[in-house]
Design a binder for this molecule. Structure first.
Ligand code: A3P
Length: 282
């Protein structure tokens, strides 16, 4: 779907008149206890959605739904209204496209950041493996598209800079930033901070159980059957939402020249950014 040059995946089987629906998201009503996970695709949305859902449930029991059932741009308004509270919503669209009511009610937002080099590799595999994309392009070509923002949800640079501005301009807004790399390094520490941000009890045992239940291999094993049953068709019949789950896989994909090109683009596009997150120096 192309909305004034902004690409979104097409969900026309679920959402007839998708463009109209996406444009209407701005007017959807929020609930005070809604939590929204916002990230550029492939930054760890499934992981954090599961963790936050468990924290709000006060239990490390597996969430029996896939996160796409709560992804704003993949829903119609009735579907959105029917989600039971407390809702853990998620989205990859810009802040300015989200329900205005969210901002009015100051609903909590968790924003995830991930090293864009790993995001690029993960997104390439995503496009390649979901059959509906009918994409069989080579990594070297996708890499160019990614740098130029000619991919779903547009440019990583634009999206990240936009969120930085949103955070600067709304200093009284409850936005918690978390990086994929910090989660990999010390998940219990990050989950504890999340619990504090969400205002739920910081129960050490529960936090430990959630970290274990959301460990990559366990999530992959336990969520894949759900992915298989309810979402896209995958190349090789193997769902790819849980692919590798590592920091630094880009080193297996980027050539030296691509890495230099990316670093140059990063330095140029992010030169005024004050975002100091570790993922950027990986
Ligand atoms: P890779 O393709 O690098 O493996 P999103 O959920 O935003 O679509 O992000 C998907 C990325 O997060 C994929 O990265 C996926 O494997 C990784 N991921 C999913 N669950 C994870 C988990 N429990 N722990 C670590 N990484 C996870």
């Amino acid at each position: 779907l192309d909305i004034d040059g902004y690409y979104l995946p097409t969900f026309d089987k679920i959402i007839p008149k998708q463009e109209e629906v996406v444009r209407s998201i701005r007017t959807w009503k929020a609930r005070d206890d809604d939590v929204l996970v916002c990230a550029y695709p492939k930054s760890g949305t499934h992981w954090l959605w599961e963790v936050i859902s468990m924290l709000l449930n006060g239990s490390a029991n597996r969430i029996n739904l896939i996160k796409e059932t709560a992804m704003l741009e993949g829903l119609t308004q009735p579907m959105y209204d029917n989600i039971k509270s407390p809702r853990v919503l998620n989205s990859h669209i810009y802040f300015r496209m989200l329900p205005e009511d969210f901002v009015k009610r100051k609903c909590k937002i968790v924003h995830i950041l991930r090293n864009p080099k790993d995001v690029a590799v993960s997104f390439y595999n995503h496009h390649f493996k979901i059959l509906e994309y009918e994409y069989s392009g080579k990594w070297e070509n996708y890499f160019r598209r990614f740098i130029n923002g000619q991919v779903d949800y547009g440019s990583w640079f634009d999206y990240t800079l936009d969120w930085e501005k949103v955070i600067q301009d709304n200093s009284d807004y409850p936005i918690h930033i978390i990086t994929y790399e910090d989660m990999k390094k010390d998940d219990t520490k990050e989950i504890k901070q999340l619990a504090r941000f969400l205002g739920v009890k910081e129960d050490e045992e529960l936090i430990k159980s959630i970290a274990e239940a959301c460990d990559f291999e366990r999530m992959k094993k336990e969520k894949n059957p759900l992915e298989m049953a309810t979402s896209d068709e995958w190349r090789g019949k193997e769902p790819g939402m849980y692919r590798k789950g590592q920091v630094g896989d880009w080193k297996n994909w980027f050539t030296v020249a691509q890495n230099e090109l990316f670093d140059t683009a990063y330095a140029e596009r992010m030169k005024n950014s004050k975002f100091q997150f570790r993922s950027m120096v990986c």
